[in-house]
Design a protein around this ligand. Structure first.
Ligand code: FES
Ligand code: FES
Length: 179
């Protein structure tokens, strides 16, 4: 197995080059090399989306990526946000403020075991970023939410509360919905 240096930005921090095997998946790199274990290993084959992280494009657009089927080296030179990078933290690393999405999920008791929650937070954050650039008509909001969240599986089947929370947080944010 060959390894080569990998450098990228994770949660705003530049990671100095680390020798990483060519065939290592991003999920394993985050968990084993960076101790960022919040992205969940579910199916391990690209189906459940529990493992997603955000890729922050140079133009500011956010994209969801499954880390169980993406090589760590795919992210070379790129900027990634894991679930650990969403909430605001103080200098000691303690969470001091959740994002609006995280707060909405708490308020609605949207999750049960919570295993799928990092993926749902990721998907909703990416959706809201997209709607900031291209607001959706109110009549199309339900379909838009369904399309964005549909790939995310919840084994506890708590979909209704997730969807309620997402609808509320989108409607509360200015400029995401027209009409
Ligand atoms: S663990 Fe990656 S899609 Fe299921
Ligand atoms: S809350 Fe348990 S898998 Fe979704």
């Amino acid at each position: 197995m060959t390894a080569r240096p990998l450098s990228l930005t994770v949660n705003g921090k530049q990671i100095v080059p680390i020798n990483v095997p060519d065939d290592m998946m991003m999920q394993d790199f985050l968990h084993e090399y960076l101790n960022l274990t919040g992205s969940r290993m579910g199916c391990g084959e690209g189906v459940c989306h529990a493992c997603t992280v955000i890729l922050e494009n140079p133009d500011g657009r956010l994209e969801e990526h499954r880390t169980c089927i993406s090589a760590a080296h795919f992210f070379a030179g790129k900027s990634v946000k894991t679930i650990e990078g969403h909430a605001e933290r103080d200098v000691s690393g303690k969470v001091v403020k959740l994002t609006d999405v995280q707060q909405a999920f708490m308020k609605h008791f949207a999750f049960q075991c919570g295993y799928c929650t990092p993926g749902f937070v990721t998907a909703t954050t990416v959706l809201m970023d997209r709607l900031q650039r291209a607001p959706v008509a109110r009549k199309d909001l339900e379909r838009t939410i369904t399309q964005a969240l549909d790939p995310h599986l919840c084994r506890c089947t708590g979909y209704v509360r997730y969807y309620e929370a997402v609808r509320e947080v989108i409607l509360a944010a200015p400029g995401l919905v027209r009409g």
